[in-house]
Design a protein around this ligand. Structure first.
Ligand code: GRF
Length: 222
């Protein structure tokens, strides 16, 4: 199978992006990073991507003022020029318009730091602690016009422990994100998936991976 050409959109440090770039170094990986775009020129992830030999550029959304679609048309043009077939939002902190979402429908995948449908939007770790939840985690999902609402591809769960703060929780959820995202993206690129549950220990954190019943399932071993 020819690997799908992957575009990655970022806004910051790009640790999720890096897990995708690392996974793509395996010969069996069904996606190949073609282009990284950041909406912020100072995004740390840009140099990180270049250190993997991947083309990386900034398209500063501020240059487009309030015209979100003009910004997105600029990104869309660069993605298409690079032959991108699948787009990963890896800590991309701009809400996309229905125009862009429609243009990439079914080929646009986001990672969100909560167990959706709980806590769409921002401050997910704080909201989880305030609610007194005992489990938290992250979700990889298809992007649709509603923010953080698209069909779930896979989720990873971690335990909330006594004394957790938003920062300690964010750090453990991030480890789960790094495990979940490459696996889900591989499943999407292969148009495959097997309903499997798996518990992993990642740097001392137990991460429970699963695809919700009735949703697109993911084989965490991919
Ligand atoms: C991640 O927690 C992601 O889920 C959220 O923003 C963070 C980005 O981190 N949307 P990174 O840039 O991938 O390190």
């Amino acid at each position: 199978m020819t690997p799908k050409r992957l575009g990655i959109l970022i806004s910051g440090r790009g640790s999720n992006m890096e897990t995708l770039l690392k996974a793509a170094q395996q010969p069996s990986c069904p996606y190949a990073p073609a282009l990284v775009i950041a909406n912020k020129p100072d995004a740390g992830g840009l140099d990180k991507a270049r250190s993997y030999g991947v083309a990386a550029e900034a398209i500063d959304h501020k240059l487009f003022g309030k015209d979100r679609e003009a910004f997105e048309r600029a990104m869309d043009g660069r993605l298409k020029a690079a032959g991108v077939e699948l787009v990963a939002l890896a800590g991309f902190m701009r809400v996309l318009t229905p125009w862009f979402v429609n243009e990439w429908a079914g080929r646009l995948i986001n990672i969100h730091p909560s167990l959706l449908p709980k806590y769409p939007g921002v401050d997910t770790h704080k909201r989880c602690l305030e609610a007194g939840d005992t489990v938290h985690g992250c979700t990889v999902h298809q992007v649709t016009a509603g923010v953080d609402e698209g069909p779930v591809i896979g989720q990873a769960e971690i335990d909330v422990v006594p004394g957790d703060t938003p920062d300690t929780l964010a750090a453990r959820v991030l480890k789960a994100e790094h495990v979940l995202f490459p696996r889900c993206l591989a499943a999407v690129a292969r148009k495959a998936g097997t309903r499997v549950r798996e518990d992993l220990v990642v740097d001392g954190v137990t991460v429970r991976l699963y695809a919700p019943a009735g949703q697109t399932a993911v084989n965490p071993r991919q």
